[in-house]
Design a protein around this ligand. Structure first.
Ligand code: PLP
Length: 480
C-alpha cells in the first residue's frame, strides 16, 4: 500500500504557517500600501479564476501566488488607516491569532461536552465584558455571529412571551391572535425590519416612530403609538431602542423608553451594537444605566472592540424565554450532564457554533481594559477634532452631533455636489467614506474605529476633502 498523508504534511504546514504569519505581519505593518477601496470592476475576479475546481491538488506556492495576484486586488481594506466608511470596524493581531487557533481546534460548541472550554470561556468572557460596560449580573450573555441575528433572537423571545403557544401553533390562520406589533425609531437599523419579517409578523407590524431634531426617538410619539395600537386591538410585543444609531450615532432616551415599556409591559431590546462599548469609559459610564431595565441588549465586539468579524453578544435578563423559543433536543444530542451545564445549542437557531469566545478573551487579555479605554478615547478625540475642523470651515457643515467616533457632515452645496465629492474621495485610494441621508439631505460620514488610524490619517482625510471639493467647485460650479 502506498503511504498517504490525509492532510498537509505537518512540516509543510509549519512552513506555510510561517509564510502566512510573515504575510500578515507585513500586511499589518503597512495596510495602506493597497488602495483602501478595491478598484476591480464587477466580474473581474470571477473572470480571473478557473470555472471548475482543480482535479489534482496544487502547490501552496501557486495558491498563494493567486491569493496575492487575483484575490488581494479585489479586497477592500478594512485594516487601512483611511477606512472611514460605515462603522470603521477593526480586527486586531491578538484576535487574528485567536482565529488561527480556533480554526485549528475546529471546535463546534453545540453542547457543553463537545468542548467544555468553549462553553465556559464564553460564560467567563461575557461576564468580564458585562462588568466592563456596567450591566448588572442579572443579564446572561450568549455569542452569535452578527447583531442582525442577535436582534432576531431577542425579538423571537419577545414573541414567545407575548404568545406562549406560538411555538406549537404558529401565527398563521389564527383568528384569535390579534396583530402583533414592534416599535423602533425611524433611525433604527434595518435588522429590526428583517427580524419582524422573518418572525412572521409581517413588515407592516414594524412601527417606526418619529425622531427629534437630534435623531432620537420621541418618547411621547412612542407612548401615543402604543396607546393608539392597543385601542385598535393590536398587541405591542417589543420596543427596540438604539444606543448609537447607524447613520447619526444618536442615543435614544433609554430612561423614558424603559418607563414606557414597563408601563405597557412590552419587551425592551436595546441595540447598542456599535456604541455600547463606550460604556467602558468614565465619561460614558451612565450610557447603559437604563439598559439595566431592558429585557435584552445587543453589543458587537466586532464593531468597536477590536475583535475580528464576526462576534455579536446578546445580554438577556430573560434567557429562559430565548430557551423556550429555541431549545429542542433530539435523542442523539441528549447528555447525562445536561441539567448541570449550559448547552449553547439551547439558546439559538444554530446547532453548531464556532468557538468565537476565544478571540474576545484574547483581545480583552492582550489590551486589558485600560488599553481598550485608551484606544476608544483616542478615536473619540479624533472624531471631535475632525468635527471642529468642519465647524470652523465656511465651506462645510455638520449634520448631526458627535456623541462617539462618527462625524456626519456635508459641503454647503447641493446633494449632487456632495455625492460627486464622495465618489472622488473614494477613487483616491487613500480614504473610504460612506454616506447617508439625514433630515432628507445627503450626508457624508467619517467613522473612526480602526486601530491603524491616527491623527495624521484624519488630517489627511480632511485635507483631501477640502482639496477635492475645491477642484469640483472649480470644474462644476455646483457649489451652493
Ligand atoms: N445595529 C446597528 C445600530 C448597526 O449599525 C448595525 C450595522 O451596522 C447592525 C445593528 C447590524 O449589524 P450586523 O452587521 O452585526 O448584523
Amino acid at each position: 500500500m502506498p503511504s498517504m498523508s490525509h492532510d498537509m504534511d505537518p512540516e509543510a504546514f509549519r512552513k506555510e504557517a510561517h509564510r502566512i504569519a510573515d504575510w500578515i505581519a507585513d500586511y499589518f505593518a503597512a495596510p495602506d500600501r493597497y488602495p483602501v477601496l478595491s478598484r476591480v470592476r464587477p466580474g473581474e475576479i470571477r473572470a480571473a479564476l478557473p470555472s471548475s475546481a482543480p482535479e489534482h491538488g496544487e502547490s501552496f506556492d501557486a495558491i498563494l501566488s493567486d491569493f496575492e495576484g487575483v484575490i488581494i486586488p479585489g479586497i477592500t481594506h478594512w485594516n487601512h488607516p483611511g477606512f472611514f466608511a460605515y462603522f470603521a470596524i477593526s480586527g486586531s493581531a491578538p484576535g487574528v491569532l485567536a482565529e488561527f487557533l480556533s480554526a485549528a481546534l475546529n471546535v463546534q460548541a453545540m453542547l457543553w461536552r463537545t468542548s467544555p472550554a468553549a462553553t465556559e470561556l464564553e460564560e467567563v468572557t461575557l461576564a468580564w465584558l458585562r462588568q466592563l460596560i456596567g450591566l448588572p449580573d442579572s443579564f446572561e450573555g450568549v455569542i452569535y455571529d452578527t447583531a442582525s441575528i442577535t436582534t432576531l433572537h431577542a425579538l423571537a423571545a419577545a414573541r414567545e412571551v407575548a404568545v406562549p403557544d406560538v411555538r406549537s401553533h404558529g401565527l398563521s390562520g389564527r383568528a384569535e391572535i390579534p396583530r402583533l406589533r414592534v416599535y423602533c425609531s425611524e433611525h433604527a437599523h434595518s435588522s429590526v425590519d428583517k427580524a419582524v419579517i422573518l418572525l412572521g409578523l409581517g413588515h407592516e407590524a414594524l412601527c417606526r416612530i418619529e425622531a427629534d431634531a437630534e435623531f432620537r426617538i420621541r418618547p411621547d410619539a412612542l407612548a401615543a403609538a402604543l396607546d393608539e395600537d392597543r385601542r385598535h386591538g393590536f398587541i405591542p410585543i417589543a420596543v427596540v431602542a438604539t444606543v448609537g444609531t447607524t447613520s447619526a450615532t444618536s442615543v435614544d432616551p433609554l430612561d423614558a423608553v424603559a418607563a414606557i415599556c414597563a408601563r405597557a409591559r412590552v419587551w425592551l431590546h436595546v441595540d447598542a451594537a456599535y456604541a455600547g462599548v463606550a460604556a467602558m469609559l468614565p465619561e460614558y459610564h451612565s450610557l447603559l444605566k437604563d439598559a439595566a431595565c431592558a429585557d435584552s441588549v445587543v453589543l458587537n465586539p466586532h464593531k468597536w472592540l477590536f475583535t475580528p468579524f464576526d462576534l455579536s453578544v446578546l445580554y438577556c435578563r430573560r434567557m429562559d424565554a430565548v430557551r423556550a423559543a429555541f431549545s429542542l433536543t433530539p435523542e442523539y444530542l441528549k447528555t447525562s450532564e445536561s441539567s448541570d451545564v449550559r448547552n449553547l445549542m439551547d439558546t439559538g437557531i444554530q446547532l453548531g457554533r464556532r468557538f468565537r469566545a476565544l478571540k474576545l478573551w484574547m483581545v480583552l487579555r492582550h489590551f486589558g481594559a485600560a488599553g481598550i479605554r485608551e484606544r476608544l478615547t483616542e478615536h473619540i478625540r479624533l472624531a471631535r477634532l475632525f468635527a471642529r475642523w468642519v465647524d470652523e470651515s465656511p465651506e462645510f457643515e455638520r449634520t448631526a452631533p458627535v456623541p462617539f467616533s462618527v462625524v456626519c457632515f456635508r459641503a454647503r452645496a447641493t446633494d449632487e455636489f456632495n455625492a460627486a465629492l464622495l465618489d472622488r474621495l473614494n477613487a483616491s485610494g487613500e480614504v473610504f467614506l460612506s454616506h447617508t441621508k439625514l433630515a432628507g439631505r445627503y450626508t457624508l460620514r467619517l467613522a473612526i474605529g480602526n486601530l491603524h488610524t491616527t491623527e495624521r490619517h484624519v488630517a489627511r482625510a480632511w485635507q483631501l476633502i477640502q482639496q477635492l471639493a475645491a477642484e469640483l467647485n472649480a470644474t462644476s460650479g455646483a457649489s451652493a
